[in-house]
Design a protein around this ligand. Structure first.
Ligand code: AMP
Length: 252
């Protein structure tokens, strides 16, 4: 799969008054999508591919927390410090912390290129808060793509996943191994296993997904926004299915 040039996400990652130095070009008809699916179904990869194709910004809450962790600026007893401890245990970060971060980045929801929300919302209260935020800013959500995959497949995918500590490219020890063990093919960085991809953490994440996030599928079905997409197969195949599911609005 070709490497994708990452879009400038300064405003999203830093929040507050930070602005993207290279904002997304204005779109006539920007896409505003939520990507749903259990951890490990490949939402992040699809978000990057869709971002490249649709011009919409990839807004990942997991990336936000990892960015805060790597910048090393949060005290252990701060709200963010507590959030990072939850993340390390595979638990959800409390809704009030997540929602404060989203409120601080509301401008990204009005991005002129559109948005692809990945990892948010993850609970019904988060979805309700998002609905009122979008309503307040007169922003219309287009659709919710729900990536579906059997649970055994998900556990195998997550436990074998390795991420480049430098450029964040994703490999898999069995299905997408790097040419040299432990080394990124793209930039030569060291491949690591994310803390939340360790087997003991995966189990916690899957239980939490079933309890907290799966109810969102029904919620968005009731809203008439849900589109089901099989997450089986190669990333390129899943991407083609995603694009087809969006219909004629996608420019060739
Ligand atoms: P992800 O990269 O989306 O799998 O997120 C990694 C971790 O960040 C999750 O396991 C949670 O600990 C935390 N996280 C990300 N987004 C949220 C959210 N919307 N609500 C609660 N916790 C979140």
């Amino acid at each position: 799969m070709p490497m994708i040039a990452a879009r400038d996400r300064t405003a999203w990652l830093e929040g507050g008054t930070a602005r993207c130095k290279h904002p997304a070009p204005r779109k006539e008809d920007p896409f505003r999508l939520i990507l749903l699916g259990a951890p490990g179904v490949g939402k992040g990869t699809q978000a990057e591919l869709l971002s490249e194709r649709l011009g919409a910004c990839h807004l990942s809450t997991g990336d936000l927390f990892r960015f805060a962790k790597n910048s090393g600026c949060c005290e252990p007893d701060s709200a963010m410090g507590h959030a990072l401890q939850c993340m390390q245990r595979g638990e959800l970060v409390p809704d009030d912390v997540v929602l404060a971060m989203i409120m601080d980045r509301w401008r990204c929801l009005r991005c002129r290129g559109g948005f692809l929300l990945d990892g948010f919302p993850r609970t019904v209260p988060q979805a309700e808060a998002l609905e009122s935020l979008l309503r307040k800013h007169s922003v219309q959500l287009d659709a919710v793509l729900n990536y579906e995959m059997p649970i055994d497949e998900i556990v195998c995918r997550l436990s074998g996943r390795r991420t480049c500590s430098s450029c964040k490219a994703v490999f898999h020890v069995e299905t997408r191994p790097p040419t040299s063990n432990g080394i990124c093919d793209h930039c030569g960085g060291t491949l690591i296993q994310r803390d939340d991809d360790r087997p003991e953490t995966i189990r916690v994440r899957m239980q939490i997904y079933e309890k907290s996030t799966a109810p969102l599928i029904e919620l968005y079905r009731e809203r008439g926004k849900l589109i089901r997409v099989s997450a089986m197969g190669l990333p390129e195949q899943i991407f083609e299915r995603s694009i087809e599911s969006l219909g004629e609005r996608v420019q060739p």
